[in-house]
Design a protein around this ligand. Structure first.
Ligand SMILES: Nc1ncnc2c1ncn2[C@@H]1O[C@H](COP(=O)(O)OP(=O)(O)OP(=O)(O)O)[C@@H](O)[C@H]1O
Length: 573
């Protein structure tokens, strides 16, 4: 096709221009991708400019961002009558950045919020995917520098201790790029976390030192010639940045993973290479497929999060070394929620459009369609139903004196996003209002959480009332009161609440009082109270007990013990 393209270069260049003008007035998106963003996972496209070399070779741009924000791919073809023609395919993802956008533009738009998330003790992951020579390394190394500069600047909720390691995953081997490519191994610890054994972590004091480390690692990256790029990377490079807030020791450690994936070469590109090289390509493709499966499965889980009836989601991270290393980002049991940004990098040359199409198809597959559910109407007792105006109103009414400026605390967030702010970010934003003390900000945070947790209990309750009554599914011979079992938690009805105790855990049948009440079973119950820190979690007081009639224990609530906080949390919260 290359020779045919050059013979008809001017036709193709003019026709693309004509079609782009036409696309301004019409909208023909062939993609099945939905524009709704999956919670915590965004998939964007970056179309790099043609390089000087490509311009010198007379290439033209075959992938363009149109005015509607879609990526249009123009594929040259020869019709049966021998005349040239073009096929156009459009892809819509969460955002398409054209060649005029630089790395800082993308950082400001998408990555700085991931840095803030890490600053609040969360986890973020940025992945650059694409064919060789499409700009993955350019994008990731640019982002690494911007992330480190931001963290070292000291303006993000305090001072940070920043630790960085950079390593590569080549097949099933791991090599340290900050320690002369020494081999590293991974081990799963008893808590299920993957630990890197033998990796050298650096902790320089200035951003300049960090930047020189990033450059050194880039040089050490294992490279081998491909038909596309003389310095094509045949391994995945991972930069892990751990941040520890020096001023707030209670904030959990944040983690940012920046991943420069190996080039997604098609088998056609490897046909002139050695057997070893072809096996390497197969291994890379397998790891990229597993990565896609893990991202999709994690996104699926994320969509259903909070639904008490959520089904088990299998995340196949054990299938490849790459996904084993990244396990914490997919692990649904990880206490840190991971925000993921995938940047599909595109070489815009018309001679590479077949590869670009594959890249965009892969990117599309990472998007899980978000079910179109009718949003729950506004309810002031349920923060997740609030629009931004309700959030701001709530802040104004509940923040005490001095009033916390709602425009600084929640400039854009709706209720769902507001509840997802981590404590440090919440407090950091609240402190931007002059005169506000950290205690006041924390109190407001806990107040929101108490409301959020209560609203979830309320919603679970109303869902349960629409489901078949438990008694209907109980075999006739078992009496309802017998359904109370030791270890179950119950919410007491208003008239049974005593000394502020609203929740109890059934310990065992009270044998001493059974006869006095015509055989009615009574239970010894332990007191469960909201934790003193105001987080909305629950604490069990085994030694504080009450005796309650079995028939009063009818409103069961499901609480899970959280080994990290030693509190009980409402299931699904
Ligand atoms: N946004 C951009 N603006 C200007 N030049 C770019 C841009 N993106 C990439 N380039 C240039 O394109 C070339 C290929 O980029 P890069 O090495 O980052 O590709 P890659 O996808 O990492 O390739 P490989 O998988 O082979 O490592 C480089 O010369 C790079 O400087």
């Amino acid at each position: 096709m290359d020779a045919y393209f050059f013979e008809n270069r001017d036709f193709f260049a003019n026709r693309i221009q004509e079609l782009e003008v036409l696309s301004k007035s019409s909208r023909t998106v062939d993609s099945s991708a939905t524009s709704a963003e999956v919670p915590d996972t965004a998939v964007c496209v970056r179309i790099r400019p043609l390089t000087e070399e490509e311009i010198g070779w007379d290439h033209i741009q075959g992938v363009l961002r149109d005015v509607h924000g879609a990526a249009n791919i123009y594929e040259p073809r020869r019709m049966i009558n021998g005349k040239p023609d073009l096929n156009r395919t459009s892809f819509t993802l969460d955002h398409v950045y054209g060649p005029s956008k630089n790395t800082k533009d993308i950082y400001d738009d998408r990555v700085q919020e991931l840095v803030k998330w890490v600053g609040g003790g969360g986890m973020s992951m940025l992945l650059a995917y694409g064919q060789t020579g499409s700009g993955k390394t350019f994008t990731v190394s640019g982002m690494e520098k911007l992330v480190v500069e931001k963290l070292m600047e000291g303006k993000l909720f305090g001072k940070w201790d920043v630790h960085m390691c950079i390593f590569e995953v080549a097949g099933s081997n791991l090599f340290d790029l900050l320690n002369e490519r020494n081999a590293i191994s991974i081990l799963e610890d008893p808590f299920g976390a993957m630990q890197l054994v033998g990796v050298l972590e650096k902790n320089p004091a200035t951003s300049e030192e960090f930047l020189s480390i990033i450059d050194t690692a880039k040089e050490l990256r294992s490279t081998e010639s491909t038909t596309k790029n003389d310095r094509s990377s045949r391994s995945h490079a991972i930069c892990r940045i751990r941040v520890i807030n020096k001023e707030s020791p209670n904030t959990p450690e944040g983690c940012f993973l920046l991943v420069d994936l190996a080039g997604s070469e098609a088998s056609a590109d490897t046909q002139h290479h050695s057997r070893e090289r072809m096996a390497e390509t197969r291994e890379i493709n397998k790891s990229l497929t597993t990565l896609k499966d893990c991202i999709r499965a994690r996104a699926l889980w994320s969509i259903g999060r909070g639904d008490a009836n959520q089904k088990h989601v299998h995340i196949p991270f054990r299938t490849s070394k790459l996904t084993q290393v990244l396990k914490s980002a997919f692990d649904v049991n990880n206490v840190q929620t991971c925000k993921t940004l995938v940047i599909a990098c595109i070489n815009p040359s018309i001679l590479d459009v077949a590869h670009s199409k594959n890249t965009l198809r892969y990117a599309e597959m990472l998007k899980v369609p978000v079910p179109k559910v009718k949003p729950r109407p506004f309810d002031e007792r349920i923060p997740t139903t609030w629009e931004n105006c309700h959030v701001q109103d709530w802040i104004s009414k509940n923040s005490g004196k001095p009033r916390i400026n709602p425009l600084l605390l929640a400039p854009r967030e709706n209720g769902l996003h507001f509840c997802r702010l981590q404590e440090d970010e919440f407090v950091g934003r609240a402190l931007l209002t002059p005169g506000v003390k950290p205690e006041q900000a924390k109190l407001l945070y806990y107040k929101l959480w108490a409301l959020h947790i209560d609203s979830r209990a309320m919603m679970n309750g109303s869902r349960a009332s629409t489901e078949p009554k438990a008694a209907e599914s109980v075999p006739k011979k078992i009496k309802k009161s017998k359904l109370v079992k030791p270890g179950m938690f119950f919410r007491l009805s208003e008239k049974d609440v005593k000394d502020g105790v609203e929740v109890v855990m059934a310990m065992g049948v009270d044998t001493t009082s059974k006869d006095e009440h015509n055989g009615e079973v009574k239970w010894v119950c332990s007191v469960v109270r909201h934790a003193a820190d105001g987080s909305g979690a629950y604490e069990l007081f085994v030694a504080k007990q009450m005796v309650i009639e079995g028939k009063r224990l009818s409103d069961e609530i499901k609480l899970d013990y959280d080994i990290h906080t030693r509190y009980y949390l409402l299931k699904g919260s």
